[in-house]
Ligand binder design. Structure first.
Ligand code: SAM
Length: 270
């Protein structure tokens, strides 16, 4: 008994690099990711990219009400059908591109997303979900280690940037596990880490589109002083409204101040 069941056999399908296919076949690791997702009882779990189904199988072991798995590679959509049948209706495999689907329209609330994301689309998917974070109870996502570090980085550190601000403005973020490259088949070039995100109580009130504009301007040349990098958005006059030091650089500005800047810029002038 290998503990992996069907998921392991399916991995014999050759991995496609263009779809970021690096599979987790060790059920100890996939179960650890599922534990990191918290209590799944009664939740609809949306998995992006089930691939050969190692994480899917661990999700089915949880008390989740339903698992909806969105997969772009039709080979896996077909190969996972027996697992869906065996699940007696709890698992549904949906063929599609996660980049053009809205997971919040699948199944019923409360919804959580749990995924070992394809590296090439991990960041844009996360940003899209953050824009509607209140649709989810939590997101538990595997990223390249460097991306996980950027999501969770504290102000004043080298990893602190746009992604840290945008994520931490709307979610409580926590790095919950590290996974070495050798744990994947085939192994990627870099290690990975799992991040758990939960919406903050006031997430819905954060003007994320404006926050994206402000952080884009501030971090575009992160060594520039704010009075220069934010010149087109109001420069020193804008910074003075919040008592922010115009000689600061983007990486010194806490998330709360970026939110305050976005709120001022998003308020129509009388
Ligand atoms: N969950 C599996 C595991 O942990 O072994 C596979 C993870 S693998 C890193 C990423 C999976 O996402 C692959 O199965 C790949 O085919 C799928 N994928 C890639 N791009 C996708 C997209 N745009 N929409 C849906 N699935 C995608």
């Amino acid at each position: 008994m290998n503990g992996g069941g069907q998921g392991i056999g399916l991995a014999r399908l050759p991995a496609q690099k263009s779809l970021g296919q690096h599979f987790l076949l060790d059920m100890n690791i996939t179960r650890k990711i599922v534990r990191a997702a918290g209590d799944l009882a009664g939740r609809t779990v949306i998995e992006i990219g089930p691939g050969p189904g190692g994480l899917t199988r661990a999700l089915l072991e949880s008390p989740a009400r339903a698992v909806l798995a969105i997969e772009k590679d039709s080979r896996f959509v077909e190969a996972l059908q027996p697992m869906a049948t065996e699940s007696l209706g709890r698992l549904t495999i949906i063929e599609g591109d996660a980049m053009s689907l809205d997971p919040a329209t699948f199944g019923t609330a409360p919804r959580v997303i749990v995924a070992n994301l394809p590296y090439n689309v991990g960041t844009p998917l996360l940003v899209a979900w953050l824009k509607n974070i209140t649709d989810y109870e939590s997101l538990t996502l595997m990223f390249q280690k460097e991306v996980a570090e950027r999501i969770t980085a504290s102000v004043g550190t080298s990893g602190y940037g746009r992604l840290s601000v945008i994520a931490q403005a709307v979610a409580q973020v926590q790095r919950v596990a590290s996974v070495p490259a050798r744990a994947f088949t085939p192994p990627p070039k870099v290690d990975s880490a799992v991040v758990h995100l939960r919406p903050l109580p006031d997430a819905a009130s954060v003007p994320l589109d404006m926050l994206e504009r402000v952080t884009q301007a501030a971090f575009h040349q992160r060594r520039k002083m704010l009075r220069h990098s934010l010149r087109n958005l109001g420069g020193e006059e804008l910074l003075a409204k919040l008592g922010l030091d115009p000689t600061w650089r983007a990486e010194n500005v806490p998330v709360s101040s970026y939110i305050a800047l976005a709120r001022i810029l998003g308020t129509p002038k009388r």
